[in-house]
Write a protein that binds this ligand. Sequence first.
Ligand code: ADP
Ligand code: ZN
Length: 512
Amino acid sequence: MHTALLPLLKSTFGFSDFRGVQDQVLDRVMGKQNTLAVMPTGAGKSLCYQLPAIANEGTVVVISPLIALMHDQLRSAEAVGIRAATLTSADDNRAETIARLKAGELDLFYAAPERASQSHFRELLEQTNISMFAIDEAHCVSEWGHDFRPDYRLLRPLLDHFADVPRLALTATADHHTREDILVQLGIEHNGLIIAGFDRPNIRYNISPRKGLTGQIKDLIDRIPGSGIIYAPTRNATEKLADQIAKTGRSARAYHAGLHSEIRQKNQADFVASEDMVMVATIAFGMGIDKPDVRFVAHAGLPKSIEAYYQETGRAGRDGDPAEAHLFWGAEDFARARQRLSEVDEKRMDSERTRLAAMGGLVEAAGCRRAILLRHFGEEPPKQCGNCDNCLHAPATRNVTELARKFLSAVYRTGQSFGVTHLEAVLTGRQDEKIRARGHDKLSVFDIVSDEDAALIKPVSRSLLLRDALRNNEYGGLMFGPEARAILKGDEEVAIVEPPKRERRSRRGGGA
Ligand code: ADP
Ligand code: ZN
């Protein structure tokens, strides 16, 4: 325990103890060791560089992706008396900031990643006594992450140029791949990885198909009087929904990148100050907003990924009191996401497809939502949490153990390297060139699934991926995971939620 820092923690921030892994992170950081801290939203990441900034000689240089985020951080740092400044195109006191920096009058200095490649920025830092680099939202450096920003790739040469200065990378959401990638991209040794527990036990997760969205939202806001955020997929949708909510008498605002920045700021400030306002927003809203008493976060459409879902829902209940997350999804969301998939860069295609499949697995799951989320982040949670929709009211399920076994057999017999479309073709006995050329029409698993069950093949494969009975190889083909054997042997049953309507709809040519 970093007892030496406790008096400073108390006098500057008014806190009497460290929280979660803060202590561990500070230990490394104060020892000048490179560190990647993966801590969920609300875990108190900023303190991990703010406290060293005032405890140590010199300036902490914070790299942050958004001007708005920097300004929020600046305000909260200054509020506790930390000497801080930002250097952005939006600041007109740049000359003064540079002078303060060189004179050693700043504890914290915020800059955007694109500055990293500018030679005069490097020269400026050479004239500065830098005690540490803090790289905020570090998942932006990874193409695996959900928010890749090419500018983050410019950081490494800068960091390496100041090889003696320790680096602290921080992120709220990083799955296994992204984590490994951040370490490599930012040159942080493997033992520098510190991961906080991801569970947010006070958040109750609920996921259901959209059935009259306005009615579903109305039920939600009538039931929960506190403030909440509703994420809507388009700017238009945010304004429409905010209007509809306002008509019911509840205060509501819209927030999206198309609004004038003054209106955006006002809406945000009003939301933070309010106790019952509903903010209907695009995902442009949320980063860096410090409102601990958000009682619900709803999604009117499918989030981009499990990481994004976790981060967005993580804005609920930061005060630790009960809060709810509601996701309303439809077949159209998946159709649109698949459409977008065909437009992404070849290089990103597989990771994007995996992301979408994971999202599909989450919304269709019959089991505990929290368990799926936590497993996604590499934890080994209990099978049931008791605080999600599926744990509280087990959904109607269909036992698909037999079909799951057939599917696993097909994976095995075809050599554990084909994707679901090919396996489906084999199982349903489709006569095509690719199948004949590989002799897959001669396999015992050829044509063993009835037309009636054919629509269940994709949901079953997603469910097997989720349970780790299947894994994707690097080319998107399916291979066995550790749970496959138990299912094949008949030791484990497989169930899926009663057949999702979207399978039927998409056959008729899409529901969008
Ligand atoms: P993050 O960036 O990880 O989402 P923040 O740094 O914004 O989280 O911190 C979330 C909240 O927790 C803030 O209100 C902060 O003041 C508070 N906090 C941080 N560390 C502590 C602590 N050790 N004790 C009590 N509250 C803390
Ligand atoms: Zn649960």
